[in-house]
Design a protein around this ligand. Sequence first.
Ligand SMILES: [Zn+2]
Length: 425
Amino acid sequence: MSKKTSNTQRQVTWVIILIFLIITTTIGGFFWIKYELDKKNNNNNNGNQGEIEKEKAREVKRVELISKAGVLVSGYFYEEAIELLKSDSDIYNDKMKGEVKKIEDFVADLQPYTGRIEQVFFHSLIVYPQLAFGPTSAEPQGYNYWMTTELEFQRMLPLLMERGYVLVHIGDLYDVDAQGNVTEKELYLPEGKRPLLISIDNVGYPESRKKDGFASKLILDDKGEVTAVIRNLEGVEVVSRTGEVFPIVDDFVKANPEFSYRGAKGMVGITGSWGVMGYDPKIASEAAEAKKIANRMRETGWQFVSHSYTHAAGKYFSETSTLEGVKEDTELFKKWIVPIIGDSNVFIAPFGVTVKGDLYQYFIDEGYSFYLNVDRRSQPKILGKSVLMPRINLDGFVMNRDKAYITEHFFDVDKVYDSRRPVFQ
Ligand SMILES: [Zn+2]
């Protein structure tokens, strides 16, 4: 083999090795780059996927908050709704800002209410007309006049709501300062809405009522909600959410938050000598039970007010009331009932009697800034350091004797009136 041949062969070998190296490097590099790129892409995809999931979760939270804020707005809790929408910075975006703006604009447009102030009142509901108007009833005529049946009450609520009525507290309409001066307060309601005060008188359950188809007492159920106990047609005591005004209103407001201004329900008028919601204030264990119920009801928008201790005529509440009589009554109420239901600045006059002069002043001096009587046409009047407030009884008497007025101002009586009532005389 010549030297030249040998050199040429070596060169060829080197070229082959070189080409081989170039090829393997290129292929290896290609795969390495591809591997790295794939890795990167994968990471990116995983990252995007994670971000998408997080955003989905945020959006779910947003929808939830917006819906909760909507319920608050229907119940006139505007500030609270805005606070809720702003409560989580992690989800606060343009959409949430838009929701806040909608509420702020809505609130800015509200005007103070200037129309009539209506107050209606009820007694305990007749749940079984068969008993209330039947042969064993203690006073079928009285019940037909002054009572409302459960059916009528259930029919009234949606009709009152249709007319724009919204339950409010007296405190939403008036301010009382430390010196006892009372002034009107501006109430901002959406257009078409108007305030309604309701009170329920004589919330105690004497034996005669228990057997006549009315509730026997109020209790708290296992969810802590106030519920009625009632003796049914078979004489068996059953628990019923439709046995009395309170659970019916609670459930109605839960379903229709726009019927209650910031959770307001009504006034519970306690008559001392009738007991407190079915409990004897002079028996310690019963008083304690009644206090528990009253506390819970206050939390759910009810206010407890005085409807006197004796609920008696003569020297107490009549044309011949005396200062000594009303003093004795008020002191008994403060001794036995106030420790259970707490202090109140509202007095519901028995029989709607408006005591005069010194006697009226006595109630003001005792801290009763609001004196409630019965009058179907008048409007509240500020008298010295008090407001004299008229109320309308939505019962058999008024639905018969003042049907046109009730239909004009509250609801179509024909849509409410219970045909199980005896003929009105
Ligand atoms: Zn009464």
